[in-house]
Design a protein around this ligand. Structure first.
Ligand SMILES: Cc1cc2nc3c(=O)[nH]c(=O)nc-3n(C[C@H](O)[C@H](O)[C@H](O)COP(=O)(O)OP(=O)(O)OC[C@H]3O[C@@H](n4cnc5c(N)ncnc54)[C@H](O)[C@@H]3O)c2cc1C
Length: 390
């Protein structure tokens, strides 16, 4: 593992910082980064996305022929880390930008690339992800939504769930079964579905955080044209795996947790809990874990820099940060004593109840992008070589 940065990489870091100094207004910092004010901040996230797109940052990793900068994994990590450190908003169309656009570059038709990619990056078209179903989450291959050929189109029926941001999405990248006789992983196709059509109904799911950014999608006769099938019909599983390959954590996450631990220490001090030895130990433990996470991220980055595709060790990273965050949030709620029970935004809540919100949100982190149990299965079987469970 190489922990140093080259002069070029340091110069690139300075370029990102300078750009942020000139383009990220102070009043936008630490806004729109997720949280219980999310709903009020979607406009800000859309504006920020447009600004990043116009400056070419959203194509950083793309090949030069496609208008990108061909950035190395280290440059991408530096970019994400500086964005996180500056408290830059997250972008509204993050699923389209980080998952679908690169997938279309690899697997899409020329028409799909020409029609969608720039509009995804600019934020003109917001996509949501329609993979999970009520009985198909970890076992995604068990999905039952189906698409049939009728009058020269595909007609979709079924239900999707947990679709983040579907209530403001213009389109969805969605998996549906096109051959029910084929084996589970086969006979699935990858569709780009217009969300503003009569056969699509979106219902928001009320969450324990008070928010409602996840939705159910009901498909009843929704129509998709052939040109909106990505890859060949029946090749949807392979394309979905390409999508999963673009789900990453990394140094931006490390910066996020280092900041969280500093804030946690400040909270403990302000609440007078610093005198309690168990609190001090938990804060110290959190600091150690955040540092270990940075080292794990640097190890993954070093492998990526050497051209190695993310392997099953990626499960270790996901398991580590999501479980670590639960512990950090737990300590933060605990040090508040009875105030820790106040709902986010309520009158006497400390720091507007943001730690309580973080505690609730952290529960979701060990579920999405592969639950902790699934990650442990992968680590056991594919990293440690233990026998497969039943
Ligand atoms: C914040 C968030 C955002 C999401 N956004 C989207 C989105 O935009 N689009 C989308 O399509 N989906 C989305 N999801 C859904 C997510 O992909 C699923 O929640 C996830 O795949 C788990 O599936 P499930 O909820 O059906 O749980 P299940 O798969 O039913 O699992 C239930 C429990 O059983 C355990 N379990 C399951 N199988 C095994 C096994 N083989 N061995 C051991 N334990 C097992 C799980 O770990 C879990 O504890 C989101 C979820 C969350 C939390």
């Amino acid at each position: 593992m190489d922990l140093g940065y080259t002069a070029d990489e340091e110069a690139f870091r300075q370029e990102v910082r300078d750009w942020l100094d000139h383009n990220l207004p102070d009043e936008w910092r630490h806004k729109g980064v997720g949280g219980f004010r999310e709903e009020e901040e979607t406009d800000l996230q859309r504006q920020w996305q447009r600004r990043l797109h116009e400056a070419g940052w959203l194509k950083l990793a793309w090949p030069k022929e496609a208008g990108g900068r061909d950035a190395t994994p280290v440059m991408q990590a530096i970019y994400s880390e500086e964005m996180a450190k500056a408290g830059a908003p997250i972008i509204l169309g993050r699923l389209g930008v980080s998952l679908l656009a690169p997938t279309l570059l690899v697997s899409g038709s020329q028409w799909q690339k020409d029609t969608y990619v720039d509009r995804i990056l600019s934020g003109e078209l917001i996509f949501c992800q329609g993979f999970s179903e009520p009985d198909a989450g970890s076992d995604l291959a068990g999905l039952r939504a189906r698409a049939e050929r009728k009058d020269g189109h595909w007609v979709l029926n079924g239900q999707k769930t947990w679709s983040s941001g579907a209530h403001y999405a213009d389109k969805s990248f969605l998996l549906a079964r096109t051959d029910s006789d084929a084996e589970a992983h086969k006979g699935i196709s990858f569709f780009l579905v217009d969300m503003h059509q009569p056969g699509v109904e979106v219902r928001r799911i009320k969450q324990m955080t008070g928010g409602g950014e996840f939705c159910e999608i009901f498909l009843s006769g929704a129509v998709v044209e052939d040109r909106d099938v990505v890859g060949e019909p029946g090749a949807g599983w392979k394309i979905a795996m390409t999508v999963f390959g673009f789900e990453r954590g990394g140094l931006a996450q490390a910066a996020r947790f280092e900041r969280a631990v500093m804030e946690l220490a400040g909270l403990a001090r302000d609440r007078g809990a610093g005198a309690d030895v168990t609190v001090r130990q938990k804060v110290a433990q959190a600091q150690i874990e955040a540092h270990v996470f940075r080292l794990i991220s640097l190890r993954s980055l070093t492998s990526a820099q050497h051209g190695q595709a993310p392997g099953p060790e990626a499960s270790l990273t996901k398991l580590y940060w999501s479980e670590m965050d639960k512990r950090i949030q737990d300590t933060a709620v605990g040090v508040q004593g009875p105030y820790g029970a106040l709902a986010p935004g309520s009158h006497f809540a400390i720091e507007d109840g943001r730690w309580q919100y973080g505690w609730m949100w952290a529960q979701a982190e060990t579920i999405y992008a592969g639950s902790s149990e699934i990650q442990r299965n992968i680590i056991a079987e594919r990293v440690l070589g233990l026998p497969r469970g039943r």
